[in-house]
Design a protein around this ligand. Structure first.
Ligand SMILES: [Zn+2]
Length: 316
């Protein structure tokens, strides 16, 4: 009797073995597929022409077809404004941003190689975290003594903002929203390559030299005008971003990760640097993935008022 029972038990188990193995193989396959999707942005990086540590372009459109930018440009920007943002903007006009300019006691020393670049600190308070780099306030030279730390898949960021970034990413992950870095520090020379490639796309598409420069500048910051070159900017997307969207697009704002970052970034000292509806001030398209480190105090003021760094510094 016992033997029979054993025999009977064995039978079904053997029959179960094959389906079990198949199921395991399937699960492993799906896992591998997911992982490879998450890692998808990485290959873009080694393709960077000018070095090892380079990032994706500001809106990663450098690899696009020449025709794509034509349709994307300005149409993308002035679209519907979220209720949240417009109410913030109204709020902001009644504020006096400059009065908010006080250090929270943790400012980062200005790198010595920025000596003489006083125009980059219009607030005049010597806090490197409040450096302003845009199309008007350009960086003359590379910051040669910028302390950098490695993070993510081969990216680098300013050492003093590293901890804040790690914390924000950890907390996002704990909230079930793992983030992925697609751009960090970008040397000026790297910006030059990306920008010139973009200009060429517009030239190829029949734009005049002048117009090509303007249009390209909406997507790729011209050399010396990208705050990625300060080491204080980072482009963050969801870990599964590229399974949903083919490129960095404003639609990312609808992702839970983007919503979480917009809501919580200031707690870590980051701001959404190029908000929707502020393109006339930033001269950059809405970039729900681009975050800039300015320290908790400034970030809180900026995000609460729904203003830009330019407005906060009183130079808008
Ligand atoms: Zn960026």
């Amino acid at each position: 009797m016992k033997n029979q029972k054993v025999y009977r038990r064995r039978g079904p188990r053997r029959n179960m073995a094959l389906p079990l193995i198949l199921a395991l193989v399937l699960v492993a396959g799906v896992a591998i597929a997911l992982v490879s999707c998450n890692v998808q942005p990485a290959p873009e990086e080694p393709a960077a022409p000018s070095g090892s540590q380079q990032e994706a372009p500001e809106s990663s459109s450098a690899q696009e077809e020449p025709k794509v930018p034509q349709q994307s440009q300005s149409e993308e920007t002035p679209e519907e404004e979220p209720v949240e943002e417009s109410s913030q903007s109204q709020q902001q006009t009644h504020e006096a941003p400059v009065t908010e300019l006080e250090s929270d006691g943790e400012e980062i020393a200005i790198p010595a190689s920025l000596a003489g670049a006083d125009h980059l600190f219009p607030a005049g308070n010597g806090d490197y975290r409040l450096i302003l780099v845009n199309k008007e306030y350009t960086m003359p030279n590379e910051i040669s003594d910028l302390p950098l730390k490695n993070i993510g898949d081969g990216y680098r960021v300013q050492a003093d903002m590293y901890d804040a970034l790690v914390k924000m990413m950890d907390d996002a992950k704990a909230a079930g929203l793992p983030l992925y870095i697609v751009s960090g520090y970008r040397p000026i020379e790297r910006s030059r390559v990306l920008y010139e490639n973009k200009v060429q796309e517009y030239l190829n598409a029949g734009y005049s030299a002048e117009e090509a420069a303007v249009q390209a500048g909406m997507w790729i910051a011209p050399p010396g005008t990208s705050e990625h070159s300060t080491g204080l900017a980072v482009d963050l997307i969801s870990a599964d971003y590229y399974t949903k969207l083919p490129d960095l697009l404003p639609e990312f704002e609808e992702f839970e990760e983007a919503k979480w970052m917009k809501e919580h970034c200031a707690e870590y000292g980051f701001i959404l640097r190029f908000p929707k509806g502020k393109e006339d001030i930033t001269k950059v398209v809405f970039e729900p993935w681009h975050f800039r480190y300015v320290g908790v105090e400034a970030a809180t003021a900026i995000m609460e008022q729904g203003i830009t760094l330019e407005e906060y510094l009183g130079v808008a």
